[in-house]
Ligand binder design. Structure first.
Ligand SMILES: [Ca+2]
Ligand SMILES: [Ca+2]
Ligand SMILES: [Ca+2]
Ligand SMILES: [Ca+2]
Length: 158
């Protein structure tokens, strides 16, 4: 065995994509924004690094995860049950008690919303009924059963 020392040390190879690492770029010149620069991800394959899509080109990133929202939807890291291209966590879709979140506490209000719309309105005055248009087809409320499955999907995946 030869002694362990500097001579036997392997060169350090930087991982091509390191969590948290955001190499520098320049929005004005585009320097550092090319896809593949320092391993920067380009999830929408437009040859521009995602971080530049967002910071330089104004690509929506409503959930502030540094991933363009179109990729959140495309790769299903976010649900988009109403199919409008906006991650559902950024919207009030499914928030039928208007407490700001969509969760299991919305189940009973949703059932009321479907079965007795007037009673739902009376119980949650000012709550936007469009929140209950879960599938984004423009109809909601009384007997709009097409919203049930996407509501379940929303609770399961969101
Ligand atoms: Ca891109
Ligand atoms: Ca995002
Ligand atoms: Ca959506
Ligand atoms: Ca809610």
């Amino acid at each position: 065995m030869h002694p362990v020392g500097r001579s036997s040390a392997l060169p350090q190879v930087a991982p091509c994509s390191q969590a948290g690492a955001q190499p520098l770029f320049d929005c004005e010149t585009g320097t550092g924004c090319e896809a593949g620069t320092s391993g920067g991800a380009d999830c929408n394959v437009n040859d521009v690094r995602d971080v530049c899509d967002i910071i330089c080109n104004g690509a929506p990133d409503c959930n502030a995860n540094r991933v363009p929202d179109e990729c959140d939807v495309m790769y299903a890291t976010s649900t988009d049950v109403n199919g409008n291209g906006i991650p559902d966590e950024c919207e009030s879709v499914g928030d039928l008690n208007c407490d700001g979140v969509t969760d299991f506490a919305d189940i009973n209000p949703f059932v009321l919303f479907l079965s007795n719309f007037a009673a739902w309105q009376a119980e949650f005055p000012g709550c936007d009924p469009a929140n209950g248009d879960i599938n984004g087809d423009g109809t909601y409320g009384q007997w709009s059963f097409d919203d049930i499955n996407p509501f379940v999907q929303l609770l399961a995946g969101g």
